[in-house]
Design a protein around this ligand. Structure first.
Ligand code: SF4
Length: 434
């Protein structure tokens, strides 16, 4: 029996797909990349961006014929999108051959749902955001030497453009003792990098008494042994001096911070309900740079938010130029039904396109310039994988988060190697093992 999982969206979803794979492997299924071989095809969905949703509907639609030919094929749609208002019923009406619809917090019901379908019971649909995502789910990890560890679920922030708090519910922090226990086990199993995951990791513990993110981060970094720690995603309103101090004082916490700015204009940030200003964001960047000059800072930057004037947009460009992000996910605002910003007066598409094109050009130039600064330097790389594009080459990351490709074979995966950077191609770096 085979399964195929199609994953859309962020790192949280990639990790949730590892949990789905864990459940399926326990049921005796094995992974395949071929639809025609699969006995169960799952879509782990995202609703943050419109294009992920369109792609999902297109891909589910394309399975209609296969389902006709292969009656026992199970098709399941799980994750964020199913919890967005009305989406589960659209799926049921337009794609009646979908057997299972499960919300993001309801993955523990997957095994029962599959068993029901096997007993010829039709559509199983459980979309309940109040259920807690179960930490005891088996996990079939696919990202050695890195392991993802959820530290919290949900979000309380209600940025006016974002659907996440509505579909993933309010913040629920996992118990510190359970997180540390998971991390210890992973290190004992040989994982060399732990990435702590949450929608807003900096507010970890705000729903528990006496716990916070900086102290958790310190404890995760001091479990003993040779390994790295990363975390994502941070929120500038909660990112504090204690966290900066813990990162700078602990060598194995990667000097790589993803700090989504979204806009360089205080007025737009206010309309987005981000609860920080351009100045306070730049102040955090100053503090990071003072304590960790080589820290790789990455960001998410949005253009075309409903209230964004040309002046606001220029503020975003100047902030991008000033901060010099090593990389940034740049994108155009698209309205998500059910969010306050979707009801605001929208900016015409041509203006959004024009704005994002200039922003992408600017960020590409900065990323290239930063790449050039690496040439001639030797960096410690954790080897992650072979690079399938280049024969006899492997790839891994600097602690600042830059991907480096260099000569080597698969037996190096999971080891730390010193690599001299010899050249670059835009944001990709190439080097030679020393
Ligand atoms: S912090 Fe804002 S953008 Fe991030 S998940 Fe929460 S509501 Fe969405």
């Amino acid at each position: 029996m085979f399964y195929k999982i199609n994953t859309y969206g962020c790192q949280m979803n990639v990790h949730e797909s590892e949990k789905i794979a864990g459940i399926l492997e326990n049921l005796g299924y094995k992974a395949t990349n071929e639809d025609s071989l699969a006995d169960i095809i799952l879509f782990n969905t995202c609703c943050i961006r419109e294009n992920a949703e369109d792609k999902l509907f297109g891909n589910v639609g394309a399975l209609k014929q296969l389902k006709k030919e292969k009656k026992d094929l199970i098709i399941a749609v799980v994750g964020c999108m199913t919890q967005q208002e009305g989406k589960a019923s659209i799926l049921r009406q337009k794609y009646p051959y979908v057997d299972i619809v499960l919300g993001t917090s309801n993955l523990e019901m997957l095994e029962d749902a599959i068993n029901s379908i096997r007993r010829k019971k039709h559509i199983v649909s459980i979309v309940d955001p109040t259920m807690d995502a179960d930490k005891t789910l088996p996990i079939y990890r696919t990202s050695y030497p890195n392991a993802w560890v959820n530290i919290m679920y949900g979000c309380n922030n209600f940025c006016t453009y974002c659907i996440v708090p509505y579909v993933r519910g309010r913040e629920r922090s996992r118990k510190e003792v359970d997180i540390l226990d998971d991390c210890k086990k992973l290190l004992d199993e040989g994982y060399r990098e732990i990435t702590l995951l949450g929608q807003n990791v900096d507010s970890y513990g705000s729903d528990l008494k006496g716990f916070n993110f900086s102290s958790l981060l310190y404890k995760v970094a001091n479990l003993g042994g040779e390994y790295r720690v990363r975390f994502m995603t941070s929120h500038p309103k909660d990112f504090n001096d204690d966290t900066i101090a813990v990162i700078s004082e602990n060598e194995n916490i990667c000097k790589n911070i993803h700090l989504p700015v979204q806009s360089g204009s205080t007025a737009v940030l206010k309309a987005m309900n981000r609860k920080y200003t351009r100045e306070s964001y730049l102040n955090i960047i100053d503090k990071i740079r003072k304590q960790m000059p080589e820290c790789g800072i990455t960001s998410d930057i949005m253009v075309g938010f409903p209230t964004e004037t040309n002046e606001d947009y220029l503020d975003t460009l100047t902030l991008t130029e000033q901060v010099r992000f090593s990389n940034a996910f740049t994108f155009v605002y698209s309205p998500r039904v059910g969010t306050p910003a979707a009801k605001m007066v929208q900016i015409p598409d041509e203006i959004k396109k024009e704005r994002v094109t200039k922003l992408v050009d600017l960020q590409n130039r900065i990323s290239k310039e930063i790449s050039l600064e690496y040439i001639g330097k030797t960096k410690e790389i954790l080897v992650e994988d072979i690079n399938p594009k280049y024969e006899g080459m492997v790839c891994g990351r600097t602690d600042s988060g830059r991907l480096v490709t260099f000569n080597g074979s698969s037996d190096l995966i999971g080891t730390f190697q010193n690599v001299k950077i010899t050249h670059s191609q835009s944001s990709a770096l190439f080097g030679e093992m020393e």
